[in-house]
Structure formats: structure tokens, C-alpha cells
Design a protein around this ligand. Structure first.
Ligand code: ZN
Length: 615
């Protein structure tokens, strides 16, 4: 049994509020400054920098980006020493007669930083403020019981949005709180010079806030706004309750910072290409179609109901990711489902997204040594895994592979109950009424099995244990087949694949020659085991120089794939690896291959039913 919030001991009274003042006027340069005033008592004190970040499921707090760290009491400098074992802990001694401690530091961020460096989340026109980067807190405390008031100073003329309650403010300074440290860290601020808010309806109200690197990129089509309003309606119909007092989609449109989505209880931090809303290809990429529906689903699955191993109570205790196949996998499933039900993805785009997911799983050959469950347990490794060998190593496979398994579970419930029940009933039971404000109800594997059995008695423990722990090379596409569809391949990419290529600036030859190609420098990013490129010994990181004697271009490679019949032929590539040029022969039969779903008439079409709107 999980420890339920109701069973826990009554919480001690909250401590006096701390304050944090953030100066983001230098954010475009990559520098954010903070000044904390913390209530303290004389004696030894250990302060922690947030390390394990909710949503990241990783110990990736950007502690290496800190500089200018200084502690003082009543103007007197206090010496500090970092813990020898925990890089996120700072020890100091508070002198007698002192009740408050001043802390100042800045976070210096860099483009494309990884691990514990601070990645730059600002451009000349916009900035994301993540409070976890800008606070310290006393060791041993639960973040729910620490309270902070927050002040934010932005570049002149910028607008902002956040789920934090604003209590005052004038000019470019906003004052928030007091809120718990949990709520503060769960409430990023999106700010910028080009800014727009669209109301999406709902009860409580849902808002969409856009910040972009250009005014033109804010020009969201009316149809898109209407689809996002429908997303709010469809989520309400699915879950039957909400667990927020208001919800804010924060959507950053920029090519200068990485693409990402981070869930929060009453908001989400969504980052895409600058032209994601106004470029037809990008708007319909799989990346964009799933993003907002996925992050919104997390308000229920991940934030309200959270695996016990991820509900740690502070940012210091390690998070256990073994139930991420629910937290992320079921969210991935309902992100794809709600995207279709809302019309944000058209019916044919939605089928394209599922086709691409199935093909992605087929190219994931690491399944032959590593069970799905291990990718969840090792989530903290998967997020920073280099792309080159992911088809062999696997990485965060608990997203798409689990989504395919949840489709199998949904079809099983639908067919066994002759349509009387579905996975939607599980969602209503597990995540639904009564509506509440933000709170966390942890669960464990047994709670999940009990809830699934309440919807439909079945050996759910066996179902999940087998699928999570088996080691088998084949992609688990039984759910797709039970839903009445099969994966096939055609010459032309589908719309979401075209969009992904436009956004990621790379082209997939995974299902033909067996590699992914970065467009501008023609770098081979990764190679799939068992394909012609793998058999020819091509190494990721090589540059593609020429195809059949002609200088490489996308068209030259497309022509080479088009030229042959169905018999095996040789496609000769000139590649550069490090400083050596070599010729490699790929033995290949057929043409370009891109994923597509086709109807399997031996099963009823459950997928169309699943993807159809409820309202
Ligand atoms: Zn997620």
C-alpha cells in the first residue's frame, strides 16, 4: 500500500516566510541574479540547491552555473564551505543573535549546456524564469512547509505570465506569494517583449500565453485556438474533474533555445521552434501535435497522482523512476489521444503520429538486451543519452513503448467488455472526481493494479509484469493490431514526419538505408542495427559526401533510392569519418520507405473510436 496523504502525520506549523528577489534584466545575456533572505537560527546551517527536479526525473539542477555566491548577516560576511560529497549542499555557521540570512548569487547559463551546467533559457526577446535555479533552502525541510515571497524584475517593457498569484507590482517589477517552495518551484514565469494571451475557456479557466522571438510568430490561427479550447473540453470529459485553480500553458516560440516540455500542476513550460504556429509543416509535426496535450495531461497524471518514488517531498532525495511507464507512458498515450479528440491533430495526422511511433519502436533494437522497465528505472541516464547509439542502448523508451502498451490495454478492455468500458473509465476512477486544487496523491504498483481491476477484472499484474520485464527484439505492436491497424511503408513521408523533419532539421532514412541524417552538414546522426548502413559499418558522426559518385544532396540521395527496382542493388556512398574518406557499399532492395498505417480488416477499427471526440 502507498502512504496516502490522509494517513500521514499532521504537518508541523509552517516556518516564517523567506523572500527571493530575482533580477532578470540581464537574462538576454544569459545571467539571472537572485537575492534571498532566509529566516535562520544561530548555529550550524546547511543550505541546499535544488538537485532532483520534478518533471526532469533527474539530478540535473544547474549547480555548475552558480557564481558570485555570498552569504551575510546584518552586513557581515559569513564563510561557507561546499559539502565534500554533495555538490548541492553548502555549510555555514550562523552567529549568535542573528535571525535572518542574506544570500546572493547569479546563474550564468550557456547555449546547449547539459548535465549540471545551466542551459540558457533566454534570448534577446524572451526569458523563462525557473525558480528552482534561483533559490536555496534549509536541509531536512519538506518543501511544502517552507514559504517564500517572490519578486521579479524584468527587462523594461516586457510582459509575463505564470501560475503564481501576483499580489502587487508596478512597472517592470512583480511581487508574488507567499507560496510554498513546492508551488514556487512548480510555477515558472514566461516573459518577453513579443507576448500574447489567448483564453481557452474551461472551469477553472485555462489560458494560453505565447512569447516569441518575433511579433509575426504570435499570429496563432483562429482554428488552432479553437482546437486548444476543444482540448480543454475533451480533457474535462475524459477525467471528469480538475485539480488546479487555473491553468496556464506557457509556450515559448524560439529557435535559439532547445525544444522541451516540462509539466507543472497549474501550468506547463512548452518550448518549440519560433514558427511552430505559423509554418504549415511545423504546425503539424508530431513534436507540436503532442506537446500541449501531453503536458496538460500531466496535471492529472504525474502532478495530482504521482508514483510514490517520485513524490519525495524535497529536491534532495533521489527520485525512483520505476513507474514512469505510467507517469510518462500513459501521459504519452493520452497526449496522442487528446490531440486527436480535440482536432489539434486531424484524423489523418493522428494516424501518421501512430505510424511514426510504431516505426520508431521497430528501429529500437536495444529491446533485445534491455527490458522496458530498465529504461524507467534508469530514466536519469536516458534524458542526457547521446543520440548516436540510442537504437542500440535505448533511452527514454518508457514514453512511446509504454504508450503502445497502454493502447493494448485499452483495446483489451474495449473488446472484452464489448465496448461497455475503456481506459477512459480508469482515468475517471484514478484521476477524476472530486475536483480539487493542486495536491499530490501518491500511488504504487498495487494501487494501479487495484484500479485497473475495478474497471475490468483481469490479470493486470501479469499483463504489466510480462510486458515490462521481457527481453525480446520485436516491437510490441499487438495493441495496434488489436485496434485494427498495421504498420506498412510507402515512398512519401506522412505529414507529421515531414513536420518533424522541418523542426528538427534532419531527415529519417531509418526504414530504408538505416540512418538519420542532419540536414545542413549531412552528418549521419545515428545508425539502426540490422540495416544496410549498419552492415556496411557506417559510424554515427560521419559526413555523407557523395552518393553513387555525385556530390550529396537530399535530391541526389532521393534519386538513388528511387532508381532501383525491388532487386538488391548497390548504393555507393562516399563518407568522411574523422579525417578519413572512404567508400562504402550499401546493399539495398526497394525504394524510400516511410511509415504509414493501413487497416487490418481482421479486427474492428478501435483506434478510430479511441481517437474520436467524446464531446
Ligand atoms: Zn511528460
Amino acid at each position: 500500500m502507498a502512504v496516502k496523504a490522509a494517513d500521514a502525520a499532521p504537518p508541523p506549523a509552517p516556518a516564517a516566510a523567506a523572500s527571493v528577489e530575482v533580477d532578470a534584466r540581464d537574462a538576454p545575456r544569459g545571467i539571472q541574479r537572485t537575492h534571498l533572505v532566509l529566516p535562520v537560527k544561530p548555529g550550524k546551517l546547511t543550505l541546499l540547491y535544488p538537485k532532483w527536479l520534478p518533471g526532469d526525473h533527474s539530478p540535473d539542477g544547474p549547480v555548475a552555473g552558480i557564481s558570485g555566491l555570498k552569504f551575510s548577516c546584518n552586513g557581515r560576511t559569513i564563510a561557507w564551505r561546499r559539502d565534500a560529497d554533495n555538490m548541492f549542499a553548502f555549510h555555514l555557521t550562523i552567529p549568535p543573535g542573528v535571525s535572518s540570512l542574506d544570500v546572493v548569487f547569479e546563474v550564468d547559463s550557456a547555449l546547449g549546456a547539459t548535465d549540471n551546467d545551466a542551459v540558457r533559457l533566454s534570448t534577446e526577446s524572451l526569458s523563462l524564469i525557473l525558480w528552482n535555479q534561483l533559490v536555496l533552502y534549509p536541509a531536512g525541510a519538506r518543501s511544502d512547509l517552507l514559504h517564500y515571497t517572490a519578486q521579479l524584475r524584468l527587462p523594461a517593457g516586457w510582459t509575463f505570465a505564470t501560475a503564481l498569484p501576483q499580489v502587487a507590482g508596478s512597472g517592470d517589477i512583480a511581487q508574488f506569494g507567499p507560496v510554498s517552495l513546492t508551488t514556487l518551484i512548480d510555477s515558472p514565469v514566461l516573459s518577453g517583449r513579443h507576448f500574447k494571451t489567448v483564453e481557452l475557456g474551461g472551469t477553472p479557466a485555462v489560458h494560453l500565453h505565447l512569447a516569441a522571438d518575433s511579433e509575426a510568430a504570435l499570429d496563432i490561427p483562429d482554428a488552432t485556438s479553437a482546437q486548444l479550447r476543444k482540448l480543454v473540453t475533451e480533457a474535462a470529459a475524459l477525467f471528469g474533474a480538475t485539480h488546479y485553480n487555473g491553468y496556464h500553458f506557457l509556450w515559448t516560440l524560439s529557435d535559439q533555445i532547445g525544444y522541451e516540455g516540462i509539466e507543472h500542476h497549474e501550468s506547463s513550460d512548452n518550448r518549440t521552434a519560433e514558427r511552430a504556429l505559423i509554418d504549415e509543416d511545423m504546425r503539424h509535426s508530431g513534436d507540436v501535435l503532442d506537446l500541449l496535450p501531453h503536458e496538460y495531461t500531466h496535471s492529472w497524471n504525474g502532478k495530482y497522482r504521482r508514483p510514490i518514488g517520485l513524490a519525495t517531498g524535497n529536491y534532495d532525495a533521489p527520485m525512483r523512476g520505476e513507474l514512469l511507464w505510467v507517469y510518462e507512458g500513459l501521459t504519452q498515450y493520452y497526449g496522442m489521444v487528446l490531440s486527436a479528440r480535440s482536432g489539434f491533430a486531424s484524423p489523418s495526422d493522428a494516424l501518421g503520429v501512430w505510424a511514426n511511433a510504431a516505426a520508431f519502436l521497430q528501429a529500437r533494437k536495444g529491446r533485445e538486451w534491455r527490458p522496458l522497465l530498465d529504461t524507467a528505472i534508469a530514466a536519469q541516464l536516458g534524458y542526457t543519452q547521446a543520440p548516436e547509439w540510442k537504437p542500440r542502448t535505448r533511452a527514454t523508451d518508457f514514453y512511446l513503448e509504454s504508450a503502445m502498451l497502454w493502447l493494448e490495454a485499452d483495446t483489451l478492455i474495449r473488446s472484452t467488455t464489448h465496448g461497455a468500458k475503456s481506459l477512459d473509465d480508469f482515468c475517471r476512477l484514478f484521476y477524476g472526481p472530486p475536483s480539487t486544487g493542486p495536491k499530490v496523491i501518491p500511488y504504487d504498483f498495487n494501487d494501479l493494479i487495484t484500479a485497473l481491476n475495478t474497471v475490468m477484472p483481469y490479470d493486470w499484474r501479469g499483463f504489466w509484469t510480462q510486458r515490462l520485464t521481457r527481453v525480446q527484439p520485436d516491437a510490441p505492436l499487438d495493441g495496434l493490431s488489436a485496434a485494427g491497424w498495421r504498420l506498412t511503408f510507402v515512398d512519401e513521408p506522412n505529414v507529421p514526419e515531414k513536420g518533424d523533419a522541418a523542426i528538427q532539421k534532419q531527415t529519417s532514412y531509418y526504414d530504408s538505408l538505416g540512418f538519420m541524417l542532419k540536414d545542413d552538414a549531412a552528418v549521419i546522426l545515428s545508425v539502426v542495427p540490422g540495416t544496410p548502413a549498419d552492415a556496411a559499418g557506417i559510424a554515427p558522426g560521419s559526413n555523407l559526401i557523395a552518393v553513387d559518385g555525385r556530390k550529396y544532396s537530399k535530391d541526389v540521395l532521393a534519386d538513388a533510392l528511387k532508381a532501383g527496382g525491388s532487386d538488391t542493388r548497390t548504393i555507393r556512398l562516399l563518407v568522411q569519418k574523422d579525417d578519413l574518406f572512404s567508400t562504402v557499399d550499401l546493399h539495398y532492395a526497394g525504394h524510400a520507405r516511410h511509415p504509414r498505417l493501413e487497416r487490418d480488416e481482421s479486427h474492428p477499427d478501435l483506434l478510430t473510436a479511441i481517437l474520436s471526440p467524446r464531446t
